[in-house]
Write a protein that binds this ligand. Sequence first.
Ligand SMILES: Nc1ncnc2c1ncn2[C@@H]1O[C@H](COP(=O)(O)OP(=O)(O)OP(=O)(O)O)[C@@H](O)[C@H]1O
Length: 339
Amino acid sequence: MNDETAVRAVDARKSYDGTVALDGVSLDVREGEVFGLIGPNGAGKTTLVRALTGTIDAEGSLELFDGPTRESDRSRVGLLPQEFGPPERLTARELVAYYGGLYDESRPVDDVLADVGLADDADTWYEKLSGGQKRRACVATALVNDPDVLFLDEPTTGIDPAGRRSLWGLVESLADGGVTVFLTSHSMEEVERLADRVGLLRDGALVAVGTPADLVAEYGGPARLVIAGPDVDAGAEPLRSAGFAVDVGADELVLGDVTPSDLANAVTALADADVDYESLTWTEPTLEDVYLRLTGETFEGAFTPGASAVDRADAEVDAGATGAGASAGDAAGATGAER
Ligand SMILES: Nc1ncnc2c1ncn2[C@@H]1O[C@H](COP(=O)(O)OP(=O)(O)OP(=O)(O)O)[C@@H](O)[C@H]1O
């Protein structure tokens, strides 16, 4: 990454028949940076991608490589639109070759197909590819001109987990090679993994921009401990007496602002009160929490399954082994938790 600006919007505005899609968006993306754009359906992500790539007109200043988007060198730009319906009666190879033919110079088609994991399906009709394979073929059309800036509008929708990971690896290697990537996605895992910085769009306005870690620190909220089981509500009062803030849900207790050093105390309070439970899950905030908090979206039981769950047996063993004065390190170690 360097300090040159690859993508810039200054006060970008767009309305469709009275519907405000972009309400004054300003952002800069540096060369070699992976920028992730997130936001609810209808927030304006696709509209911003279209404005930045010049596929729609918008008010404000839209720039690529320090010049107006409309005047930019198209051969330096790759675009995977959210909706893309190429001719079906072409093989994957012919499709990518067709797009390659639109440029004076393009990459060898088979190399591009190999990059997206379609080497073995190069001669399959587009219409006979699976949904995920079609999406990969579409990604290949965006790569064939070897772009310096690549716009990917929900690239992994419909792609299976292994294919998704291989596409993530591809994006990472493109970024390592200096390609600027502007990515929209509804997968917080994808954005958290790939993006150097993330922007959250809501109602056409950019409400937060930062590195995933900074956004999580600022907006993610506290770590939580979720205690689950049909009889756990009996643990609410003992845990409150032990100093925890406790929310009682359906077959679960949610303890807010729990640090690793608090875990053993919670286990001990449950054991002392003879409360039965099936699982303990300690969860650090993630980008998904940031998203939910900043968009105001929520859903019943909106607790992300933890990265660090202990089953009851392990918890009891650890509580028993360390006694009432269990150390923070022991408890955190039992969950594999990291701060
Ligand atoms: N061609 C269009 N004509 C009329 N309204 C449109 C058009 N394209 C988008 N809109 C409206 O503009 C707003 C932003 O849409 P946009 O597709 O940019 O959102 P998005 O964040 O990409 O959504 P999603 O996550 O569902 O893809 C929405 O209210 C949408 O209905």
